[in-house]
Ligand binder design. Structure first.
Ligand code: AMP
Ligand code: ZN
Length: 470
C-alpha cells in the first residue's frame, strides 16, 4: 500500500517516503497563545492529528513537534494592557490549549517547544545568517535579505515581480533594503524588559520575529531536513516561505520534503474564521451550546477533506453528533452480539472490500470523509445481517477489525467513557436477575439508572439489547 500526500512544493500528490526508513519527523505550526484557539485553529490541529495517526497506521515511528508561539506583537500588546509579563499573560491560554486538545482527543505531540524557551537557538541561526550575508542589521533590527535567496516564493508558486509590487506598502516605515525583507530580530523597546520580552544577542538586545522560531525549533528537535511540515493555508505565504528561506540559507539543505496545507474553516456567514476579525467560536462556546467535543472532532475531521473549505453551522454539528452516535451504536452492537448461526460469504467479502477501500481512501491524501462514507454503507448492511443472524464468528471478527481501522483515525469509539459498556452489561445482568426473582421494583430502578446514563433498553426475543438514547 502506498501513501500519497498532496505536497504544496510540487503541487501534486507525491508518494510519501521518509528520509530514514520507518521514521517520520513532522513539524506543525501551533497556536499563538494570545487568546483561546478558535474552531478554525482547532481544525488545523486536528488535521495534524490525522496526518500523524495515519503515519502511525502506516507503520512509521512518528516524532511530532508542534510549537507554541508565546511571544508576538499581540501578546506584548495585551500583556502591557493587563500590566503583566508575557509569561503571565499567556499562561491561561496555554492551559486552555492543552485542555482543548485533550477534549478533542488529539494525540499529544512528542514535543511542544515554546518560542521564549529557545532564544539561544534562534540567536545562533540569526548569527549564521548575518555571517553568510543572508541577513543584515539595520538600526538594531535584523532582516533577512530576500534578494540573497533566489528561490524565494517557490512554495507558494509566487512570481517575484508580483511580490515586490504587492509589498510596496509603507516601505518608509522601515530601514529595510527592500520592502519584502522580513524581520528576524526586533530591537528591544523601552517596555520590553518589564514585559519579560527582551534578550541579549551579539547583534543587540531584542526579541525574535515570528518566522525564525519555527526554523530554529524544528532544527533543534528534528534536524535540518523535515519529512513533513504542515500548517493552515494562510501560513503558506509569507510564513512558510520565510521559514524555507531562513533554514535553507543557514543549513544549505532542503528544509522540508513534504509541505501539507489544510484549508480554512469558515463561520456561518462563509467568512474565514479569525481571531483578529472578532466573530470567532471557541471549543468552550461550542461546549456551552451543548455540543460534545467528540462530535466537534468528527465534524472538523471527517465531514470534509482537509483540503476543502468547511463551514461551521449548528446543523452540521448536529449531523456530526448523529453520525458519531450511529458509529458508536454499531460498534457496541458488534461487540455485544453473540455470533449468529451462519457466516454469510457475500457479507464477508463486502467487509473485506470496505476495509481495503477505507485504507485506500486514507492512503489517497487522507480522504477520511470518503473512507467513513464506506463504513456507513457497510454498517447498514451489517445491521440487517445481524438482525437475521447472518454474521457468525468470522464476520464478527472482520467487523471488529474494521471498527479498529476507522477508530485509529476517528478515535470516537474507544474514547467513550472507559468501562461504560461493562457497567451497562453488569446492570443489565442485575436487572435480569431481579426480574427472575420477581423484584420488579429493583428492575425498574435499574432501567431508570441506565436512562440517566443515556442508555435505553429494548427487550427482544434474543434477550435485552441496549442502545444510546439521543
Ligand atoms: P495561529 O494561532 O493564528 O498561529 O494559528 C494556528 C493554526 O491555525 C495555523 O496552522 C493556522 O493556519 C490555522 N488557522 C487559522 N485560522 C484558521 C481557519 N479559519 N481555519 C483553519 N485553520 C486556521
Ligand atoms: Zn511556523
Amino acid at each position: 500500500m502506498t501513501l500519497r500526500l498532496h505536497n504544496t512544493l510540487t503541487a501534486a500528490k507525491d508518494v510519501f517516503e521518509p528520509i530514514e526508513a520507518g521514521r517520520a519527523g513532522m513539524y506543525t505550526c501551533g497556536p499563538t497563545v494570545w487568546n483561546y484557539a478558535h474552531a478554525g485553529n482547532l481544525r488545523a490541529f486536528l488535521v495534524y492529528d490525522l496526518v500523524r495517526r495515519h503515519l502511525q497506521v502506516s507503520g512509521y515511528d512518528v516524532t511530532h513537534v508542534m510549537n507554541l508561539t508565546d511571544i508576538d506583537d499581540r501578546i506584548l500588546d495585551q500583556a502591557m494592557h493587563a500590566g503583566v509579563t508575557i509569561g503571565e499573560y499567556v499562561k491561561p491560554y496555554v492551559a486552555a490549549f492543552f485542555e482543548d486538545m485533550g477534549a478533542l482527543r488529539a494525540q499529544p505531540a512528542t514535543h511542544y517547544p515554546r518560542a521564549t524557551e529557545h532564544i539561544p537557538e534562534m540567536v545562533e541561526m540569526i548569527t549564521e545568517l548575518i555571517e553568510n550575508q543572508h541577513a543584515y542589521v539595520a538600526d538594531g533590527d535584523v532582516y533577512f535579505r530576500i534578494a540573497s535567496f533566489p528561490t524565494y516564493g517557490a512554495l507558494s508558486h509566487l512570481d517575484r515581480g508580483g511580490l515586490r509590487a504587492g509589498a510596496r506598502i509603507a516601505a518608509d516605515k522601515y530601514d529595510k533594503e527592500s520592502v519584502s525583507d522580513f524581520a528576524l530580530w526586533k530591537k528591544a523597546q523601552p517596555m520590553d524588559d518589564k514585559l519579560g520580552a527582551a534578550w541579549d544577542a551579539p547583534f543587540g538586545r531584542g526579541r525574535p520575529g515570528w518566522h525564525i522560531e519555527c526554523s530554529a525549533m524544528s532544527k533543534r528537535y528534528l534536524g535540518e531536513t523535515l519529512d513533513i511540515h504542515a500548517g493552515g493555508v494562510d501560513l503558506m505565504f509569507p510564513h512558510h516561505e520565510n521559514e524555507i528561506a531562513q533554514s535553507e540559507a543557514a543549513n544549505h539543505k532542503q528544509f522540508a520534503r513534504f509541505w501539507l496545507h489544510s484549508e480554512h474553516l469558515a463561520d456561518a456567514t462563509g467568512e474565514k474564521m479569525s481571531k483578529s476579525a472578532g466573530g470567532f467560536t471557541t471549543l468552550r462556546d461550542l461546549s456551552d451550546a451543548g455540543h460534545d467535543p467528540v462530535a466537534v472532532r468528527f465534524f472538523l475531521l471527517a465531514s470534509a477533506h482537509y483540503r476543502t473549505r468547511l463551514r461551521l453551522s449548528t446543523e452540521a454539528l448536529h449531523a456530526a453528533s448523529e453520525q458519531v452516535r450511529r458509529l458508536r451504536e454499531f460498534a457496541d452492537r458488534v461487540r455485544r452480539s453473540a455470533p449468529g448461526p451462519i457466516d454469510d460469504d457475500d457479507l464477508l467479502r463486502r467487509i473485506g472490500e470496505v476495509r481495503a477501500g477505507y485504507r485506500e481512501a486514507l492512503d489517497d491524501d487522507l480522504n477520511l470523509p470518503q473512507g467513513v462514507g464506506l463504513v456507513f454503507e457497510l454498517a447498514r448492511e451489517a445491521n440487517a445481517a445481524m438482525d437475521s443472524g447472518r454474521i457468525g464468528e468470522r464476520g464478527r471478527d472482520a467487523l471488529l477489525q474494521l471498527i479498529d481501522d476507522f477508530d485509529a483515525h476517528l478515535d470516537i469509539v474507544r474514547s467513550e467513557e472507559p468501562g461504560l459498556a461493562q457497567e451497562v452489561e453488569r446492570l443489565i445482568a442485575e436487572r435480569e436477575a431481579a426480574r427472575k426473582g420477581h423484584d420488579f421494583g429493583r428492575a425498574d430502578q435499574i432501567r431508570e439508572e441506565l436512562r440517566d446514563k443515556g442508555i435505553a433498553l429494548e427487550d427482544s426475543q434474543d434477550g435485552v439489547r441496549w442502545r444510546r438514547a439521543r
